[in-house]
Design a protein around this ligand. Structure first.
Ligand code: SN0
Length: 320
């Protein structure tokens, strides 16, 4: 496995889930694989779960993890090609990336959306440079448009907690004070579409449809109540508009998932990737209630990324 950026990189999802369950059951069984191996985790913005779960996963595999916070621990980096570097940026990614690559065996990168332009974000300019210039396998720790480690952990959580063979999983938009990226909802939708035994429904206000390739094949129900009826899992998330890129079109709190919303479901479990704005995305009552999976969902972040790291280390050990 040379890269983990999107659902297509993981292959058969059933196999991946079985492997993640095995990793979870015996997390220290592959300590030899990571011996004398190093992963560098590069962060262009804040992180709690991704950073800690990556470090723990690396440690479980016997691998060293080094975290680099760009702009805090390192020089300010230029990301555009062809610019005259007469401003505040000291070093170009073109040098920084191969240097980082020369110090490690695997790279993880959190690049995040900038929301300056849809083209720039959706071209994944920063992530692509890491793939091109690092000479190392690259794990996306949330790029501008995808968060595959999160979606993998989400699917594992659904598989562990489902009580019917084919659960109805509803992703609902919910309000937020800031403009957030589409990375989490894009990945969640892609993974739900690819999962063999899930009925996936998306509900969001007008103007919040995701990118056309993500929407393809997705059941969209504009009426949130109708969408939630019979749901086994409610996955709440905010994102800013794709169509009116990066804009907040609504802060309508009638979309906030509260006990009444949950009463329309089939006693659904509640999920959110965290960090969450309480009483904007979800009411205290629901997130603190017995059907909330947010903590086990976050705990599974260790096992999703550990499965990816394990596959990369196996390939490295075979000289691939
Ligand atoms: C990120 C997002 O992509 O929505 C991280 C999710 C894993 N969330 C935020 O940046 C929340 C920021 C805030 O102020 O609530």
């Amino acid at each position: 496995m040379k890269q983990f950026l999107t659902v297509g990189d993981i292959g058969d999802l059933g196999k991946a889930i079985e492997e993640a369950k095995q990793v979870k059951a015996t997390p220290f069984a592959w300590q030899e694989l990571g011996r004398n191996k190093t992963i560098i985790l590069v962060f262009f913005n804040s992180s709690l779960r991704t950073r800690l779960s990556s470090q723990v996963a690396a440690q479980n595999l016997g691998m060293h993890a080094i975290v680099l916070n760009i702009d805090k621990d390192s020089w300010k980096l230029e990301t555009e090609m062809g610019v005259v570097m007469d401003g505040d940026k000291t070093e170009h990614l073109r040098e920084a990336i191969p240097v980082i690559g020369s110090y490690c065996d695997i790279i993880g990168v959190r690049s995040f959306a900038r929301y300056e332009s849809r083209e720039f974000d959706y071209q994944e300019t920063i992530l692509k440079q890491f793939i091109e210039y690092s000479g190392r396998p690259v794990i996306s720790l949330e790029s501008a448009t995808r968060h595959p480690c999160q979606a993998f952990a989400d699917l594992l959580t659904i598989e562990e907690h489902k009580t019917v063979a084919r659960p109805k999983v509803v992703m609902t938009w919910a309000p937020h004070p800031k403009a957030l990226p589409q990375a989490v909802p894009n990945s969640f939708a892609e993974w739900m579409k690819a999962a063999p035994d899930v009925d996936f429904v998306l509900t969001c206000p007008e103007g919040y449809d995701l990118a056309p390739d993500i929407m393809e094949g997705v059941t969209l129900e504009r009426d949130q109540k109708k969408a939630l009826e019979g749901a086994d899992f409610v996955y709440a998330k905010n994102w800013a508009s794709y169509e009116h890129y990066g804009q907040i079109l609504s802060k309508d709190r009638s979309w906030t998932v509260d006990a009444e919303h949950m009463s329309w479901t089939n006693n659904a479990k509640f999920m959110h990737c965290l960090p969450v704005r309480r009483n904007m995305i979800v009411s205290d009552e629901v997130i603190d209630g017995p059907n909330s999976l947010v903590i086990p969902e976050a705990a599974n972040r260790v096992f999703s990324i550990q499965t990816v790291m394990k596959r990369m280390l196996e390939d490295l050990s075979r000289g691939k």
